[in-house]
Ligand binder design. Structure first.
Ligand code: CUA
Length: 319
C-alpha cells in the first residue's frame, strides 16, 4: 500500500508495510476523534448557548448506556492499538536464527560495520535483499541510534552493552542511514547509506573483500592476547574451555546461570570478574582498555566457531 503523498519514506523492508498500516490506523483514529470532538463542541456551543440573563439551564441526568458505551468503545480501540503494536514490537525484537550477522560500532561521528566474512565498511552497509540481517550494535562513546527510515528500523546504541535489531530488505536500492539520537556537535552529519543488493550482486561485492573472516581475525587475537594459554580447548587450563560454549547455559560461581550469548562473551572479555564460571577463580585480566569493540566482535565470532564436533570428537563420546 503506497500513500499518494510522499510524506513517508519508501517501504523497503518486510516489516515496513505492517508498521505503516498501524500508523495509518492510529492517524485515522486520531483524526476521527478530533473531528468528532470539534463537531460536538461546535454543536453544543450553539445548541446550549446562553439566550437570556434569567434562564436557568435544565438539569441533565446521567445516562448509563451512553456512559458505558463511551468507556467500552475507546477501551476496545486502545486495546487494538496495544495488541497490534506489541505484535510488531515483538516481531522486531526477535531476529530469525538464520539471519546474517553484522556488527555495528558507532562513535562520534561515524558508523563502523563488520561483516562476519571479514568485510569492513565505514558509513556504508551492503546487504542482500530477501535475507534477514541482524545487527549487533554498541558504541565507543555516547548513545547513538541506528535509523533506516525505509526499513522502519530504529534502535538505540548504548555504550557498554549490545543492542540488536534486524530487518529483511525487500527492494534493491540505496537507503538513508541516520543517527537519530543527539550525540554531540556533528550528530546531524552522522549519516550513511544502506545498499540493498540482489543476492548475486551481493555475492560479487562480498567476493571483492578481504580474504580473512572475522572469525580468523578473532582466532589470531586469541593467540596474540595469550587467551589460548588459559582457555585450553581440553579444559586443562586455569580458565574454562570455550569449546561448545556459545549458546549454552553457564553455571556461575555463587549460584545463578547465564546464557552464553554475544553480550555475555563481550562482558567476560572486558570485565571477566563480572560473571565467573562455577569452579573457577577470577584469574583473567581485564581487557577493557586493551581491545577495541571491533576486536571484541572478532573474538566473539571465534568463540562462536568453537563448536563441539559431534561423534568424531572423543570428548563428546563420554557417557
Ligand atoms: Cu550519533 Cu547522533
Amino acid at each position: 500500500m503506497a500513500f499518494p503523498i510522499s510524506f513517508i519514506p519508501e517501504q523497503a523492508s518486510s516489516i515496513s508495510v505492517e508498521v505503516d498500516r498501524l500508523l495509518y490506523f492510529l492517524l485515522a483514529v486520531s483524526v476521527s476523534l478530533t473531528l468528532l470532538i470539534v463537531a460536538a463542541i461546535t454543536y453544543f456551543a450553539i445548541r446550549y448557548r446562553r439566550r437570556s440573563e434569567r434562564e436557568v439551564p435544565a438539569r441533565i441526568e446521567a445516562r448509563w448506556p451512553l456512559q458505558i458505551a463511551w468507556s467500552i468503545i475507546p477501551l476496545g480501540i486502545t486495546m487494538v492499538m496495544f495488541a497490534w503494536g506489541a505484535r510488531i514490537f515483538s516481531e522486531e525484537s526477535r531476529p530469525p536464527r538464520d539471519a546474517i550477522q553484522i556488527y555495528v560500532v558507532a562513535k562520534q561521528w561515524m558508523w563502523k560495520l563488520q561483516h562476519v566474512e571479514g568485510m569492513r565498511e565505514m558509513n556504508e552497509l551492503h546487504i542482500p535483499v530477501g535475507r534477514p540481517v541482524k545487527l549487533t550494535m554498541t558504541s565507543e562513546d555516547v548513545i547513538h541510534s541506528f535509523y533506516v527510515p525505509a526499513f522502519r528500523t530504529k534502535e538505540d546504541i548504548v555504550p557498554g552493552r549490545y543492542t540488536t535489531t534486524w530487518f529483511t530488505a525487500t527492494k534493491p536500492g540505496k537507503y538513508r542511514l541516520f543517527c537519530t539520537e543527539y550525540c554531540g556537535t556533528n550528530h546531524s552529519g552522522m549519516n550513511g547509506w544502506v545498499y540493498a543488493m540482489e543476492p548475486k550482486d551481493y555475492e560479487l561485492w562480498m567476493a571483492g573483500g578481504p580474504k580473512g573472516s572475522l572469525k580468523e581475525e578473532g582466532e589470531k587475537l586469541f593467540q596474540d592476547l595469550a587467551c589460548i594459554k588459559c582457555h585450553k580447548e581440553d579444559g586443562s587450563g586455569r580458565c574454562p574451555s570455550l569449546k561448545g560454549l556459545f549458546g549454552q547455559t553457564v553455571l556461575l560461581t555463587g549460584g545463578g546461570t547465564v546464557d552464553a550469548d554475544e553480550a555475555y562473551v563481550r562482558e567476560s572479555i572486558l570485565d571477566p570478574a563480572a560473571k565467573v564460571v562455577d569452579g573457577y577463580q577470577p584469574y583473567m585480566p581485564v581487557f577493557k582498555d586493551r581491545v577495541t569493540e571491533e576486536q571484541v566482535a572478532a573474538l566473539i565470532e571465534y568463540v562462536k566457531s568453537m563448536v563441539r564436533k559431534p561423534a568424531a570428537d572423543p570428548d563428546s563420546q563420554k557417557p
